[in-house]
Write a protein that binds this ligand. Structure first.
Ligand code: ZN
Length: 175
C-alpha cells in the first residue's frame, strides 16, 4: 500500500526518531509499504518520518551499473537503528532532492565514504562500508531520522534562493 507522505512543514520531519525495539509483522508491513511508496515516486531512499512514523528506520535503493556499464537490478537496503561509525575526510558536492520537498534541489557537501552499523530485517546487526551515491543517500536518510533535512545543508546564496519555494510548499501542505 502506498503511504501518504509528510511534506516540508510537517512537525514529524523535525523530530529525532525513536529507536525500533521490535521487528515484528507490523514493522515488516511498514517496510514493505515504504518500499512501494519510494518506488512509485522514483525515490532512491525513504525514511520512516516521511510516512508519518516516528522510528529510526530508512530504506535506500540506488541504481547501480555493472562494470561494463549495464544497469544492474538494484536491491532495497533496509537500515534499522542505524549509526554512522566513520566517515572519510574526503568530501564531494552533488545536487540533492527529497520526496518531502517536491521540486526543490540544492547542492550538498557530504563525505565520500562512510561506515555504518545497523540492524537488518532479520534482526541481525551488520557493519558495512558505502561510497559515492549510496553513501550520500544513506546520509540523507540518516539525517531524516535525526530531524535534519538536506536544505539545512545547502549553503549561502543557493539556500536563500530556495526560500520562496519552501514557503510555497509549507503553505500548500499545511493542514
Ligand atoms: Zn529526503
Amino acid at each position: 500500500m502506498k503511504l501518504p507522505l509528510a511534506y516540508y512543514g510537517a512537525p514529524i520531519l523535525r523530530k529525532k526518531c525513536k529507536r525500533v525495539d521490535k521487528i515484528n509483522d507490523e514493522l515488516r508491513q511498514l517496510i514493505h509499504d515504504m518500499e512501494e511508496t519510494m518506488m512509485s515516486l522514483d525515490g532512491i531512499g525513504i525514511a520512516a518520518p516521511q510516512v508519518h512514523h516516528d522510528l529510526a528506520l530508512f530504506l535506500v535503493r540506488v541504481p547501480k551499473e555493472t562494470e561494463s556499464g549495464e544497469p544492474e537490478e538494484e536491491q532495497t537496503m533496509v537500515f534499522i537503528n542505524p549509526k554512522i561509525l566513520e566517515h572519510s575526510e574526503e568530501h564531494w558536492f552533488r545536487g540533492e532532492g527529497c520526496l518531502s520537498i517536491p521540486k526543490v534541489y540544492g547542492t550538498v557537501e557530504r563525505p565520500l565514504r562512510i561506515k555504518v552499523e545497523a540492524t537488518d530485517l532479520n534482526g541481525s546487526q551488520f557493519v558495512h562500508e558505502y561510497s559515492d551515491l549510496e553513501a550520500r543517500a544513506i546520509m540523507h536518510e540518516n539525517d531524516h531520522i535525526n530531524g535534519v533535512l538536506f536544505i539545512d545543508r545547502v549553503q549561502g546564496k543557493e539556500r536563500q534562493e530556495l526560500d520562496s519555494a519552501l514557503r510555497a510548499i509549507k503553505k500548500k501542505y499545511a493542514k
